[in-house]
Design a protein around this ligand. Structure first.
Ligand code: C2E
Ligand code: CA
Ligand code: CA
Ligand code: CA
Length: 279
């Protein structure tokens, strides 16, 4: 038993080492990614369910590393968050997404709201409001065309401070949405006091509305909750016609998901919008 124990321990140590090395590799590559211009944004449409029109777009970060290949956000966002690298990366995302939205606007595309994900670290930066104001001023994007996606986890530490910050952000004229709604631990009471415009129903609920009546009940309840509070509601991760029909029947405002389009490069997205507008 002793021998087995030691072997297990060695195996454990070795795999820990490999994991730590992999982390270090990604971390040092991540430090260089911005200057080497390895990041790119992909864009996923958000459609109005009643009209079928594309009314919004979410910017999603992609990292193309020469050796590691396409690294998924799931693999590097957490690390970027821990190391603080998410702050300059997030600033790049904000600037690039806003400039893209303005360019599409100028090119004659129908006006779209550009949604950008905001991480906890960014939310904690003392100059957050100023830096977003600066991006709006530099790019010329109307504030109403920018939406910030926040998660419930940002609010748990210091609720009063979070409320004050949200009001400051609202003061700029941008829209605020709660991402992954229903997966966090925070209380529902914040919904009344926070100046929020949109709830995004997490795709873990949406994915099961056809088969699981409990999940379907949760989705219906979130839509009712949002509407009672005068909020818009977006379902994310919509993959099937059945899900679309269910969401339409229950008065969901907007949808986003592979059923309509995967996140795509900017050029492809512009073509998608043009096609949508002329349909
Ligand atoms: P998220 O904000 O919840 O973004 C939605 C994720 O769901 C995206 O994954 C998107 O590609 C994926 N998705 C969209 N439609 C469907 C669908 O129909 N089915 C399925 N299975 N998935 C769908 P992605 O792009 O891999 O991003 C993962 C997460 O990484 C995001 O989740 C977000 O939390 C984070 N992330 C991505 N870009 C940024 C960014 O610029 N800044 C920050 N802070 N986080 C980001
Ligand atoms: Ca999001
Ligand atoms: Ca989400
Ligand atoms: Ca998510």
């Amino acid at each position: 038993a002793k021998k087995l124990g030691r072997n297990c321990y060695q195996f454990f140590e070795q795999s820990m080492n490999e994991e730590a090395q992999e982390r270090l590799r990604i971390e040092s590559a991540l430090r260089n990614a911005l200057v080497r211009q390895e990041f790119v944004l992909h864009y996923q449409p958000q459609l109005d369910l009643a009209t079928g029109a594309i009314v919004g777009v979410e910017a999603l970060l992609r990292w193309q590393h020469p050796e590691l290949g396409m690294v998924s956000p799931q693999r590097f966002i957490g690390l970027a968050e821990e190391t603080g690298l998410i702050v300059p990366i997030g600033a790049w995302v904000m600037r690039t997404a806003a400039a893209q939205a303005k360019a599409w606007h100028d090119a004659g595309l129908p006006p779209l709201r550009m949604a950008v994900n905001l991480s906890a670290r960014q939310f904690a930066q003392p100059d957050l409001v100023q830096s977003i104001a600066a991006v709006l001023a530099e790019t010329g994007l109307p504030a109403a065309c920018l939406e910030l996606e926040l998660t419930e986890s940002l609010f748990v530490d210091d609720v009063a401070k979070a409320v004050a910050l949200l009001h400051e952000l609202k003061g700029l004229g941008v829209a605020l949405s709660i991402d992954d709604f229903g997966t966090g631990y925070s209380s529902l009471s914040y919904l009344r006091t926070f100046p929020i415009d949109v709830l995004k129903i997490d795709r873990t609920f949406v994915g099961q509305i056809a088969g699981d009546s409990d999940q379907a009940a949760i989705v219906v309840s979130i839509i009712a909750l949002a509407h009672n509070l005068q909020l818009k509601v977006i379902a994310e991760g919509v993959e099937t016609a059945d899900q679309v029909a269910f969401l339409r029947r229950h008065d969901c405002d907007q949808v986003q998901g592979y059923y309509f389009s995967r996140p795509v490069p900017a050029q492809e997205f512009a073509a998608l919008v043009q096609e949508n507008a002329s349909a």
